[in-house]
Design a protein around this ligand. Structure first.
Ligand code: BES
Ligand code: MN
Ligand code: MN
Length: 460
């Protein structure tokens, strides 16, 4: 049996895989920071070279910003084709102070590798490379055709991948798409994610007088952009936790009753969740549980605020400008473009007089839901059982992965979201980590997935 030889290979190369992952993590490929453009390129080259070393034809595709790594091994005629997506770019590590070890010096503590990008997404993405390597180094071939699409702009919502996918539909054509960039439900509870939220991200800049003014001399007579912005922001949500932008819920697909029943069965303690976060209560849309709110109901959050005096001590000033970054997380079938129009109409209606404003559309992504009863899902269940020793549970996720919508609209394929992370991996935050046991289990699951997908005839 091929998989037995492969499992032996994986056991024998654990240390080597870990060292390679650490080398990739040491490259600070922070896509948002131009100072790190050369590092970001080095990470792309690392991934390309790693693919080439195992005998997979791979290249860097230049874009206006960070290159895309594309590799393929298409030598199994009549067998399904699997597209594997991942991203080699990472979020900025700042603020640095809370990190217990340097963000780009991978450090092992309690079986976890701590570093920026450990779980999001270098460690998870790398599992599929090592799974392919195991096949090529033991059996000498892969049981399916495999295409690797590893990008460097996921964390900045870059538009370059979108153009590449749209222009290369034939090259990227596949029967299955696989992404490991999500989490398990809990330790010992692997999961398949069948839904992701979408995103519509905005910046609102409010302007008043030509210049900052004395707040005693002018206050009360001249509109204050900070106050006006507060009025706008306060209008976005009601005390019932519902978004108050008219029309916002019109196309929201309700949770199905089987989903509510399945979520309710998962071992999730709201009290423990609350205590771990250090909050005095859990807040959200009335009528929904915390898991339902986090996974399947749309939301609105302010992500950042600026304006007025930010230095030490008081300053009596009537500022001439204020701004907010805010985002809506969307669910099927809300469209980012429609939400943008509704949001703009709403701000026009509620913005107080005496100020002007500008709205910048930052990135967006559609929400996704995939069927839980398909050949790809069945193969994934078996592969996860082989890798993790447990059947996966089915979960949704509040985060977004923009490429999943592209894979659906441009390539016509539902993505298998097989996450190897843990819910407390601190992605985007300080002390990001990835459990090394999960790293190895993920490699094993991926190696088995190739075989399991080869057995299924077609995706649809
Ligand atoms: N890997 C995450 C998506 C994710 C987040 C999965 C949380 C599981 C749990 C991805 O890299 C990410 O950060 N996505 C961004 C969207 C993007 C447009 C910046 C997000 O969800 O904020
Ligand atoms: Mn990610
Ligand atoms: Mn991320």
């Amino acid at each position: 049996m091929a998989t037995e030889r492969i499992d032996t290979y994986l056991e024998a190369h654990r240390g080597e895989f870990e060292e390679q992952l650490k080398a990739l993590i040491r490259i600070p490929s922070i896509s948002a920071q131009p100072d790190h453009d050369a590092d970001t390129r080095r990470a792309a080259e690392f991934v390309r070279d790693n693919l080439c070393a195992m005998g997979i034809k791979a290249e860097l595709i230049p874009t206006k910003r960070h290159p895309i790594v594309y590799g393929e091994y298409v030598l199994a005629p009549g067998k399904p084709t699997v597209l594997i997506y991942g991203h080699y770019d990472v979020q900025p590590p700042e603020p640095l102070e809370p990190w217990l070890s340097p963000p780009f010096e991978p450090t092992l503590r309690d079986g976890n590798l701590f570093a920026r990008g450990a779980t999001d997404d270098k460690g998870q993405m790398f599992t599929h490379l090592k799974a392919a390597e195991a096949w090529l180094k033991t059996v000498g071939t892969l049981p399916v055709n495999v295409k690797f699409l590893i990008e460097g702009e996921e964390e900045v919502g870059g538009a370059n991948l979108e153009a590449y996918v749209a222009e290369n539909r034939d090259r990227l054509a596949c029967d299955y798409a696989v992404i490991s960039d999500t989490s398990q439900f809990a330790p010992g509870m692997p999961a398949i994610t069948y839904g992701l939220k979408g995103l519509a991200y905005f910046e609102v800049i409010v302007r008043g007088a030509k210049t900052d003014l004395h707040s005693g001399t002018f206050g009360g007579a001249v509109a204050n952009p900070c106050n006006a912005l507060a009025v706008i922001l306060a209008s976005l949500k009601g005390s019932d936790g519902r978004v108050r932008v008219p029309g916002f819920y019109d196309s929201v697909r309700p949770l199905e009753s089987w989903e509510r029943a399945e979520f309710a069965k998962l071992p999730f303690s709201e009290a423990e969740f609350q205590a771990n976060l250090g909050v005095s209560s859990l807040e959200g849309e009335l009528g929904y549980t915390t898991l339902e709110r986090r996974w399947a109901r749309p939301t609105c959050d302010v992500n950042g605020l600026y304006g007025g005096y930010q230095g030490p001590g008081p300053k009596t000033v009537l500022p001439c400008m204020a701004g907010a970054k805010l985002s809506f997380r969307l669910v099927p079938d809300q469209e980012p473009a429609t939400v943008s129009r509704l949001f703009r109409d709403h701000v026009r209606a509620v913005c107080p007089p005496g100020v002007t404003y500008e709205i910048i559309d930052h990135h967006g992504a559609p929400a996704v839901l995939v069927g839980v009863d398909s050949p790809g899902i069945h193969a994934s269940v078996r592969a996860i059982e082989a890798g993790f020793g447990k059947k996966p549970v089915f979960i949704r996720e509040g985060g977004s992965i923009p490429v999943v919508g592209l894979i659906k609209t441009q390539l016509g394929v539902d993505t298998l979201l097989l996450g190897w992370g843990q819910p407390d991996d601190n992605l985007h935050g300080p002390n990001e980590k990835f459990c090394l046991a999960d790293f190895h289990r993920g490699i094993k699951a991926s190696a088995h997935l190739f075989e399991e997908l080869a057995r299924e005839k077609s995706a649809s």
